[in-house]
Ligand binder design. Structure first.
Ligand code: HEC
Ligand code: HEC
Ligand code: HEC
Length: 114
């Protein structure tokens, strides 16, 4: 009797753990919008770019930007130069795709810096 009860408790614990893992998985899409100046500790006077993450997720698979198809595990491109006009966001990540996909005003400052 005691033994049965014990395994029941254990089973419950396991179930709770699975639930927690499941929720974490579901919430793994990342934020809807991301303050990139803050996220990458960018220094400069240009207005902060609030990146519409979710809007991009709806159009592209995670691996267009992230190293893995699950997303989140860092970026495919290295973002090292973070200041000045020729920063890696412009040259490696955001602009190449905006140009390729012919995003209207995709390189206009005010599209991203507001
Ligand atoms: C497609 C989006 C996008 C467009 C368009 C864009 N930028 Fe940026 N820019 C960024 C991102 C992302 C950063 C880094 C994050 C941040 O500064 O908020 C950045 C950073 C910068 C920086 C370095 C940081 C700082 O505050 O000094 C400068 C300078 C800059 N941009 C100038 C411009 C100018 C000028 C234009 C228009 C010709 C422009 N950007 C258009 C996305 C963009
Ligand atoms: C157009 C580019 C782009 C696409 C597509 C994209 N992301 Fe992101 N994502 C970013 C950027 C930029 C950041 C900010 C990186 C940071 O904060 O380190 C980010 C951050 C995240 C974060 C939080 C920060 C981290 O590294 O843990 C998660 C989680 C995430 N993305 C998951 C996803 C998932 C899941 C998908 C696909 C459904 C996806 N992303 C698609 C660009 C993208
Ligand atoms: C893989 C391609 C791709 C990458 C990488 C990408 N974008 Fe975009 N972006 C698009 C497309 C396509 C649109 C037009 C979206 C639409 O029509 O809904 C867009 C639109 C936008 C808009 C305008 C949203 C609106 O509703 O007006 C902003 C702001 C933006 N992107 C910022 C960024 C920034 C900042 C980065 C780099 C961190 C970036 N994008 C990287 C493809 C991309």
């Amino acid at each position: 009797m005691m033994k049965l009860r014990h395994s029941f408790v254990l089973l419950n614990c396991l179930f709770a753990l699975l639930l927690v893992a499941g929720t974490a998985q579901a919430g793994n899409g990342g934020p809807d919008t991301i303050d990139l100046k803050e996220a990458f500790a960018v220094e400069g006077k240009k207005k902060t770019v609030i990146f519409p993450h979710k809007q991009h997720q709806q159009k592209f698979p995670c691996e267009s930007c992230h190293v893995s198809s699950a997303g989140g595990d860092g970026m495919r491109v290295e973002l090292q130069k973070k200041s000045g006009f020729k920063n890696d966001f412009h040259t490696k990540l955001c602009w190449p795709c905006h140009v390729e996909k012919k995003v209207p005003k995709g390189k206009s400052c005010s599209t991203c810096h507001k």
